[in-house]
Design a binder for this molecule. Structure first.
Ligand code: GLU
Length: 493
């Protein structure tokens, strides 16, 4: 029975790397009908915050990654906040001490620092010299009774520690380079190594899928599993995510917090698809996957050891593809909050103007890379005011002969029946032909007059959706730009 966990420390937002780790764990659990556990590793009380916990939960929910066991839903291994499990870690440390596998250490931070500095000054490295490793039991008792603060260190056995990594193959470390590490601090707070192992044993975790940066922690944890008499889980360490410049992904590459992406207009489906391919491959060059596709294809063997590159253009492409996969109705629903935020929404879009709004969505859908782009592109059809692009005016509204042609077009459009793309196109072309103007020139000029811009989806569909009144009014209002004396360059919209 597969049991995996996502174990974030709530000391920061859910970032792209964390989300990818959560996703891989979730996919693995779903693929094998297993259990996905969310555990909050908040033992560092000073750096952890409730805001970060809720932010992480919100990010996972947005991505659609649900968990069977966790802080809000509970489960057989509750509590799922490490800060509520401190007794278990203290018991674990005491158990190891009682079996001679760990010992109390009374060295002060100053003593340790002096020893380190002395070794470094002599040109060498330093690991803990086990000064307290040989203290007689009676003395330890005496010091503890006298209230001397003492930490607990794990007694690293000699030899090698190795573990098979499902991504990197077998990995071995020489224990001689690993010091007797602290598992419980002198304030009796556990260190990460102790809490993570105690919990993974208690929660019966079968596979640990996490970032590459934890490889060097793994031998210490493997030794702890052995000391507790437990079988270590299988490990899969996933590669780092780099920015397009091959440097570790950071703020300067753009948004790194997952919850910035809904605000920027990305779909969770696109984000999941994009994240899934950061370090994992289905073994073919297919790229577009739904969540269900990913569940049926995901394997830990498909994770590559090489670093993954976060390419924002690729994310845009996935977003565009997943927008295209939505029905017009679904897309209309996702656009509602985006338009509301920009005061472009009307409740009529869900009532009398529902069909019109869906037609608008359908017309602009194919060009959308993000949801807010719809608000920008379709704005001329969503409000009465338009902003005229002076460049577009210069390019398309300054040709000779357009003045009269547009005046005739406005008169014609005022009466044409039906006010529909086909009829509009036929009339426009007839006017262009009669006046010996290239149809394209009249089409461009009409587009600029009606939308204020040089680009839009097919003009006649745009005109139909803009409606007779707006179209006729805007074509007539464009007249001043067409007068030869009009200094179009100075027009400022
Ligand atoms: N709390 C640790 C982190 O956020 C978890 C590491 C692990 O998965 O073992 O890095």
């Amino acid at each position: 029975m597969v049991r995996v966990r996502f174990a974030p420390s709530p000391t920061g937002f859910l970032h792209v790397g964390g989300a990818r780790t959560a996703l891989f764990n979730w996919l693995y659990a779903r693929r094998h009908g297993g259990t996905f556990v969310l555990r909050i590793e908040d033992t560092d009380a000073e750096r952890s915050s409730w805001d970060m916990v809720t932010g992480i939960v919100e990010g996972l929910r947005w991505l659609g990654l649900d968990w069977e066991e966790g802080p809000d839903v509970g489960g057989p291994h509750a509590p799922y906040f490490q800060s509520e499990r401190l007794d278990k870690y203290r018991e674990g440390a005491a158990d190891l001490v009682s079996r001679g596998l760990a010992y109390c250490c009374f060295c002060t931070a100053e003593t340790l620092q002096q020893k380190r500095q002395a070794a470094e000054a002599a040109g060498g490295g330093w690991i803990y010299d086990r000064a307290c490793g040989a203290l007689p039991v009676a003395e330890v008792r005496q010091r503890l009774a006298a209230g001397t603060p003492g930490a607990v260190r794990f007694k690293v056995p000699s030899g090698k520690t190795s573990f098979p990594d499902l991504v990197h193959g077998p990995i071995a470390f020489d224990n001689a380079n690993i010091e007797d590490f602290v598992i419980l601090r002198s304030d009796s707070q556990p260190t990460y190594h102790l809490s993570v192992v105690v919990d993974d044993i208690d929660m019966k975790i079968t596979h640990v899928v996490r970032g590459d940066d934890h490889i060097s922690n793994t031998p210490k944890q493997v030794m702890l599993y052995a000391a507790f008499g437990a079988t270590a889980p299988s490990f899969a360490h996933v590669p780092l995510i780099l920015g397009p410049d091959k440097k570790r992904l950071s703020k300067r590459h753009g948004a790194t917090s997952v919850m910035e992406y809904p605000r920027l207009g990305y779909l969770p489906e696109a984000m999941v698809n994009f994240l899934s391919l950061l370090g994992w491959s289905p073994g073919t060059d297919e790229e577009l996957f739904t969540r269900e596709d990913l569940i049926s294809r995901f394997t830990l063997e498909g994770i590559s050891g090489g670093n993954a590159v976060f390419n924002p253009d690729k994310l845009d492409w996935f977003n565009q593809q997943h927008i295209l996969r939505l029905t017009d109705d679904e897309l209309a629903g996702r656009l509602k909050p985006v338009l509301q935020e920009r005061s472009l929404w009307s409740d009529e879009f869900e009532g009398p103007k529902g069909a019109w709004f869906r037609a608008l969505v359908s017309l602009y859908k194919t060009r959308l890379k993000t949801l807010p782009q719809f608000a920008e592109d379709a704005r001329p059809l969503l409000t009465d005011e338009i902003t005229i692009d002076p460049e577009a005016v210069k390019k398309h509204l300054s040709k000779p002969g357009l003045h009269e042609a547009l005046a005739e077009l406005a008169d014609t459009f005022e009466r044409v029946e039906p006010f529909a793309a086909g009829a509009l196109e036929q009339r426009l072309r007839a006017i262009a032909e009669a006046r010996q103007i290239k149809p394209a020139a009249l089409i461009h000029a009409t587009r600029v007059a009606v939308t204020g811009r040089a680009v839009s989806p097919g003009l006649f569909e745009v005109l139909e959706l803009a409606g007779r009144e707006r179209v006729v009014h805007r074509i007539r209002a464009a007249e001043p730009f067409l007068l030869p004396s009009h200094p179009s360059e100075s027009f400022n919209g």
